[in-house]
Design a protein around this ligand. Structure first.
Ligand SMILES: [Zn+2]
Length: 307
């Protein structure tokens, strides 16, 4: 038997000793070469950096190309393929000898819209209506009358329920699309401008207003906040108070976007309209908004607020 014999043990010892010498020698040689090569590469890279004029930037390795070039996409970007403004807005300089006043009415149509339209018509003035959904049968023709009489019809909201529309971009779009479709089917006109309920930034949309605004702009819509408030959003006010709030707000501004409301309870607004027009008609020019007018918008003082 070879295994277990004296010769076997001799060979075993000799082989072990041989391996103990050969393996470390080979490894040492291999790593020595590698190390030398690495040093040479490092040296070369150092020289390259010293002579390179390119900015040295930190970078990640091992990132898939597709991961790098993919533009972030959100589900809502695919939704409502018809909810786009066909012609992208181009703002123009407003040419006018006089300061310009844009009267805007939110929340209509209502039981008061007819009277508002009559007053505007009698004075030859065009204004802007940011409309909501109104299911009252007798009010349906008002969407069309607004358009037919040369006023601008913009979107406000379908439901005007802050909790709902400002719960996500998807909810906002769903609501917006409903009123957009309704207005289009009644008037044959696709609105291109809108006003956010509560203004573009408010306590309800703080967590996603950047995304929301970005999405609406991406679709080509232009939104208008205001730089003059009639103060008629509150509970108690009189026509006289509205009149002076508007005139004081306009002051010496060359461009005023005036917030007013058109709803069945806002009789004081209707009551103030003629006197506001009378006070301004010699010195100012009334115009309807359209998407060539550069908007007046709100912004947080601290630009880091919200998302
Ligand atoms: Zn409103």
């Amino acid at each position: 038997m070879y295994i277990g014999s004296v010769r076997f043990y001799k060979h075993l010892i000799l082989s072990t000793v041989a391996l103990m010498i050969v393996v470390p020698t080979v490894l040492a040689f291999y790593f020595g070469v590698q190390n030398h090569r690495n040093k040479a590469l490092a040296e070369e890279y150092k020289n390259h950096l010293a002579t390179s004029t390119l900015p040295q930037m930190e970078y990640l390795t091992g990132v898939d190309y597709t991961e790098v070039i993919t533009v972030p996409s959100f589900g809502y970007q695919e939704d409502y393929p018809d909810l786009y403004v066909e012609e992208k807005p181009q703002f123009k300089t407003v040419e006018s000898e006089k300061p310009v006043v844009y009267l805007t009415f939110d929340d209509g149509p209502s039981a008061n819209t007819e009277t508002v339209l009559d007053i505007l018509k009698a004075n030859g003035i065009k204004a802007t209506f940011f409309v909501v959904n109104n299911d009252i049968e007798a009010h349906q023709h008002l969407y069309k009358r607004i358009v037919d009489e040369g006023h601008t019809l913009g979107i406000h909201t379908y439901s005007h329920q802050y909790n709902k529309i400002y719960s996500s971009v998807d909810e906002y779009l769903a609501d917006f699309n409903m009123i957009f479709e309704k207005v289009y089917s009644i008037t044959g006109v696709k609105p291109t401008i809108f006003r956010f309920p509560g203004g573009s930034i408010n306590t309800y949309n703080q967590n996603f207003y950047r995304q929301l605004i970005a999405e609406m702009l991406r679709r080509g819509f232009v939104y208008y906040d205001w730089n003059v408030s009639s103060g008629d959003a509150g509970v108690t006010y009189t026509s006289a108070a509205i009149h002076s709030a508007v005139l004081n707000g306009i002051g010496s501004k060359s461009k005023s976007i005036v917030l007013m409301h058109d709803s069945s309870t806002k009789h004081a607004t209707v009551g103030a309209l003629q006197s506001i027009i009378d006070a301004l008609k010699e010195t100012h020019e009334f115009r309807p908004l359209d998407n060539t007018v550069e908007p007046t918008v709100f912004t947080y003082k601290d630009n880091s607020v919200g998302n």
